[in-house]
Design a binder for this molecule. Structure first.
Ligand code: SAM
Ligand code: SF4
Length: 372
């Protein structure tokens, strides 16, 4: 369906857990808590929301988290969502740590594509960012996924990490643009910068048919602490080394990435200028948090608590995986109210983020709860 701005909303990101087996410092650093399991939507509840969304024109679903693969029934969910009439694609974003073991079940369940989040191929920086030494496992999973014929994208957050790399006071778009500190003197070789290793990351797209995408860090949750790197600058760097690089006009997905091809590379290079390039006018997505809150925009806390409609007073304290199965009239009534609530939330999707004016931001949740 269209929202109040006339944008076609056909994509929903679904966070299925706020838990994770890594502790990326911009997302869920050590010490971050998580919600009780009974607060998290059950598979049936997720399916019900997806089915309702499909009735409103949602066609593409992305399963995210936290780390979706720490939820043991994740493959079953893929299968359930693929069977929802109207849903055309079900994809997933994962940190890749557990991926290899789940590849076959995911293929069997009908997964349409997998995004693997991998910010650097530098082992010590990887460990610095994620708190764990799992780079080898992730790379192995990427190779195996390609071998299984899965469409793979590698997502790398472009920012300055490492000790002491906290963002100065100010707005997100100021960062990296202050004199002596920014655009003019932007230094991809700076220690702790994920852009420092762009050659290695881009090298994955040379050897494998995967899209490697550089995503500007957003000032959401702990992301506020780090200095963003405008991927456009990174692109200049890449172009200097590969003057033959051309814009890739083929459709790669349903998001805001802009793609480029380097002669001889099997995959493409993508950039997502999440802060410096404001693509809100073309935004096609809504987000469902692990607790069932439907959000229109990453920047604001506004949205609708869909779980409240689904459970409709049927929550039983102490029960871990509540499953409301209201049948008959009550079930139809609940579905009707759920649909109205989703319709309203989609219709009222905010016009644009305000990352360039942080005082306007109201979202307090972390990315692990929202799903990125
Ligand atoms: N654990 C899975 C993963 O890492 O792909 C799924 C959840 S994670 C929250 C989804 C994506 O959000 C990851 O690619 C992660 O790098 C990205 N992300 C987290 N915090 C971010 C931020 N502040 N700005 C930009 N991307 C962010
Ligand atoms: Fe976990 Fe993904 Fe967040 Fe990293 S980005 S802490 S892998 S949820």
């Amino acid at each position: 369906m269209k929202d109040i701005q006339g944008r076609d909303i056909d994509y929903m990101r679904i966070s299925i857990t706020d838990r994770c087996n890594l502790r990326c410092k911009y997302c869920m650093p050590k010490g971050t808590g998580h919600v009780k399991q009974r607060e998290i939507l059950s598979l049936e509840e997720i399916r019900e929301i997806a089915a309702c969304g499909a009735g409103l024109g949602i066609r593409h679903l992305k399963i995210t988290g936290g780390e979706p693969l720490v939820r043991k029934d994740c493959c079953r969910l893929v299968e359930m969502l693929k069977a929802v009439p109207g849903i055309e694609t079900v994809t997933m974003t994962t940190n890749g740590v557990l991926l290899e073991a789940y590849l076959k079940p995911l293929v069997k369940a009908g997964i349409d594509g997998i995004n693997v989040s991998l910010d650097t191929l530098d082992q010590s920086l990887y460990q610095e960012i994620t708190g764990q030494d799992r780079l080898g496992q992730v790379l192995q999973a990427i190779h195996q996924a390609v071998e299984q014929g899965i469409a793979v994208k590698v997502n790398a957050v472009a920012a300055e990490f490492g000790e002491g790399k906290q963002m100065p006071e100010g707005n997100a778009t100021d960062a990296g643009e202050k004199e002596g500190d920014g655009a003019g003197t932007w230094d991809p070789k700076k220690k702790g910068s994920t852009a420092r290793n762009w050659r290695e990351l881009a090298g994955l797209a040379r050897r494998l048919p995967v899209d490697v995408r550089f995503i500007e860090i957003m000032p959401v949750g702990y992301g506020k602490r780090f200095r963003p790197i405008d991927p456009e600058r990174l692109l200049e760097e890449i172009r200097r080394e590969h003057p033959g690089m051309q814009k890739d006009e083929r459709i790669h997905g349903f998001g805001p990435a802009v793609y480029y091809r380097i002669p001889g590379y099997l995959g493409s290079i993508g950039v997502i200028r999440a802060v410096h390039g404001k693509f809100c006018g073309e935004c096609n997505r809504v987000r469902l948090t692990a607790q069932g809150f439907l959000k229109g925009c990453l920047c604001y806390e506004d949205g609708t608590d869909l779980r409240a409609f689904l459970r409709d007073g049927a929550e039983r304290p102490g029960q871990d995986w509540p499953c409301r199965r209201a049948e008959g009239t009550k079930g139809a009534e609940i579905q009707g109210r759920l649909k109205e609530a989703m319709k309203k939330a989609i219709w009222e999707k905010p016009a644009a983020h305000c990352f360039e004016r942080l005082e306007g931001m109201t979202e307090q949740r972390g990315m692990n709860a929202i799903g990125g």
